[in-house]
Design a protein around this ligand. Structure first.
Ligand SMILES: C[S@@+](CC[C@H](N)C(=O)[O-])C[C@H]1O[C@@H](n2cnc3c(N)ncnc32)[C@H](O)[C@@H]1O
Length: 287
């Protein structure tokens, strides 16, 4: 294994950590972990597919329950065209298609989209590797999905724009199912104490490293900020990542959907699995 030889003048070092700004300003140091980096996305794909945790995607038993809910309770078994925004490896569309639905899945993780494409086979599914903030969503859909807390990790203006683009991509009577993180869950996660771990390899690096994380809550903007510092054990080089998470009260979520052009919305009881209702809430917006 070759150890990188950093140019110490140019590379971030531990000083980056020692001199970090406290508290951080939401969104200034970065907007998310590097889902779209090819190597990171390959490592993240293992987390999506892992049946040991519900970290990046849920375990399949829970996804199966949610797919049943979409097919039966939301769509009344009517064959539909479904747009899955931030679809990851396509675990929902892959199960919805054999029930009679067609779909388009968009995500900017190259490894997740390659996996989804490889699994689609003859099913009427199309996947695109693209950033939702700039992507064209197409048109003619009956249902749009934005699941597993993803709405909160966009800036408020970006979340509003994504919902507007989703509305425009739907048929007049179209539905959207969003599953944001709950306000209190974002806040309490942001108040967690710092952690560190020494890892032989992990999500952020396939080499031995130290991973340091810390979180902050910005009460004024109602934003959680999470920092990750990855210190390479061989070179001492530090990689820094930061993600911000916006916290919304349920009424604000209803307003977001109304502002995007949805005529009405309601809380979708029954979509979020029983063990996860403390963290996530689901809403359906109707065209
Ligand atoms: C928590 S995972 C959920 C994946 C999928 N919805 C599921 O539940 O299995 C979040 C996904 O959002 C994607 N994502 C994050 N920011 C994105 C962006 N700006 N454009 C497209 N995809 C994005 C990531 O690549 C990742 O696949």
């Amino acid at each position: 294994m070759s150890v990188p030889r950093p140019d110490r003048e140019a590379m971030p070092t531990i000083e980056t950590i020692v001199t970090r700004r406290i508290p951080p300003i939401p969104w200034v140091e970065g907007d998310n972990i590097p889902w779209d980096d090819p190597a990171f996305s390959q490592r993240m794909l293992d987390e999506h597919l892992s049946q040991d945790n519900d970290l990046a995607s849920r375990r399949v038993a829970l996804i199966d329950e949610q797919v049943d809910w979409i097919h039966e309770a939301l769509l009344g078994r009517t064959p539909s065209r479904i747009l899955d925004l931030a679809c990851g490896p396509g675990l929902y569309l892959q199960r919805l298609a054999p029930l009679g639905h067609a779909g388009v899945g968009l995500d900017f993780s190259p490894a997740a989209i390659s996996y989804a494409k490889a699994r689609a086979g003859e099913l009427p599914l199309v996947y695109g590797c693209t950033d939702l903030r700039t992507a064209d969503f197409g048109a003619g859909f009956d249902l749009a999905l934005l699941l597993y807390g993803q709405l909160n990790v966009f800036r408020r203006t970006e979340a509003a724009s994504i919902l507007q683009k989703a509305r425009a991509a739907l048929n007049p009577e179209g539905l959207i199912l969003i599953e944001p993180q709950r306000f209190d869950a974002v806040r309490s996660q942001a108040l967690n104490p710092p952690t560190w771990s020494a890892l032989p390899s992990g999500l952020f690096s396939d080499r031995p490293h130290l991973l340091l994380t810390e979180t902050y809550w910005n009460e004024e903007t109602r934003t959680g900020i999470e920092r990750f510092f990855v210190v390479d054990a061989g070179s001492g080089v530090v990689s820094a990542y930061s993600m911000s998470t916006e916290a919304y009260q349920d009424e604000e979520l209803a307003d977001l959907l109304a502002d995007a052009g949805f005529a009405c919305s309601e809380i979708a009881d029954g979509f979020v699995p029983a063990g996860q209702t403390k963290d996530l809430v689901a809403l359906v917006g109707r065209g």
